[in-house]
Ligand binder design. Structure first.
Ligand SMILES: *Cc1c(COP(=O)(O)O)cnc(C)c1O
Length: 405
């Protein structure tokens, strides 16, 4: 068994795709046909432990699967290829990634976080880390960069941004934000949660962010059958520290989930193209509907974020659309329970269209006063437009809206 041979073979295969376009990378990075049989699907390696040739001499880089596994390693190379990072890591969930990355800050250090960050991220920061870790947090608007700058402090270690935000889909001008942070202190770690756009639409590392994190449960997986979180970075020391935290605390993704994610990512470009198209069409339809008060979607020319998204080079705005009904909770509930193509469910980014009520579902754990400030009201609805045919999606919305009083 010669691991060196396998390494050379892998490096040679990877080298073929360094300059490839996105749709080629999703299908080839990290996915060399295996060296013994030429398997055209990455083998699923379930082993928890690995035979060694002599004491403390494993054949390859793996000795125990909490610390690494061949299928996970394939996935991490695929992720590096598509995110444009040198180092990637797959953990058991998006929240596991958030927890591990936030621990790059130490006791007495400070994290600035966008105020309408994902509900689960709020819970980690407000309920676990703030009271227990000695890390200080400030929640602030990042859409207004001048306002945002006031929250930077001498001890700020991390700036945590999400763009577009969940569920009100505000777009941060990342170009301006990154420039402002660098001007203040070039050592601050800029983390961008890119879950809503996916690397097909936007790659934060190419624009100067230090770490991109994503809930792979959403667009990367794309089929509502994997829970996982990923990160990618070009900064080796940051990767090594988060990898150490992950190995130590036992947050690694399981081999089966890695296998499923590799398979999901192979069609990311195709799914995103359709999601971008469907998202825009649905947003345009809703914008004109008499029972709708307001639609949030940066792809609409009427959106205050249209120019910002363009300036930051978004290829599309994904299938995430949110809106306010000219109604109350009862109206929202009638609408949500009568959709037939859209399923009433949490989560997003899958091929099937999902619809949900942030106030009582995904964002119920956000304190009420913050919810109101953020615009998460009883008549507010979020949808993840999937890959079905647009005519069927619009017909479904039409019939459900007709029932709203
Ligand atoms: C879902 C989500 C997360 C958390 O990911 P899990 O895989 O559910 O743990 C983090 N950020 C955003 C923007 C999300 O949508």
């Amino acid at each position: 068994m010669d691991y060196k041979l396998k390494q050379e073979y892998t490096d040679k295969y990877e080298a073929n795709f360094v300059n490839s376009k996105f749709g080629t990378k999703v299908i080839h990075c990290g996915q060399e046909p295996d060296i013994v049989y030429g398997c055209m699907a990455v083998p699923l390696c379930l082993a928890s432990t690995y035979k060694q040739s002599e004491p403390n001499k494993p054949y390859g880089p793996f000795d125990y699967s909490r610390c690494g596994n061949p299928t996970k390693e394939n996935l991490e190379r695929q992720l590096s290829g598509i995110e444009g990072g040198k180092y990637s890591l797959a953990l058991a969930s998006g929240c596991a990634i958030t927890t591990a990355v936030a621990q790059l800050a130490k006791v007495g250090e400070h994290i600035v976080c966008i105020d309408d960050v994902y509900g689960g991220t709020q819970r980690i920061f407000r309920k676990v880390l703030a009271p227990k870790s000695g890390i200080e947090f400030t929640f602030t608007k990042t859409c207004n960069v001048e306002e945002f700058k006031k929250s930077l402090q001498k001890n700020t270690r991390i700036v945590w941004v999400e763009s577009p935000t969940n569920p009100t889909l505000k777009v941060t001008d990342m170009k301006a934000l990154i420039a402002a942070v660098r001007e203040y202190n070039k050592d601050i770690i800029i983390v961008c949660d890119n879950t809503f756009l996916s690397p097909y639409n936007y790659r934060p590392l190419e624009h100067g962010a230090d770490i991109v994190v994503e809930s792979a449960t959403k667009y990367l997986g794309g089929h509502s059958d994997v829970v996982m979180g990923i990160l990618s970075t070009n900064r080796k020391e940051l990767y090594e520290e988060v990898d150490f935290i992950s190995k130590t605390t036992g947050a690694a993704a399981s081999p089966f989930d890695c296998y499923m994610l590799i398979r999901g990512i192979k069609t990311l470009h195709l799914r995103m193209e359709r999601a971008n198209f469907n998202g825009l069409e649905v947003a345009k339809y809703l914008e004109k509907h008499p029972k709708i008060e307001k639609v949030n979607y940066a792809g609409l020319e009427s959106s205050p974020y249209y120019e910002i998204a363009k300036k930051n080079g978004y290829k599309g705005n994904s299938g995430m659309v949110s809106f306010y009904l000219k109604s109350n909770f009862e109206g929202a509930s009638t609408f949500l329970t009568n959709c037939k193509v859209f399923s009433l469910a949490e989560s997003l980014g899958a091929v099937e269209s999902l619809i949900e009520h942030p106030e009582t579902m995904t964002h119920a754990s956000v304190p009420k006063e913050y919810r109101e400030e953020l615009g998460i009201t009883p008549n507010f609805i979020r949808m993840s437009v999937g890959c079905e045919d647009i005519e069927d999606l619009i017909a479904d919305l039409e019939q459900a809206l007709a029932l709203v009083k």
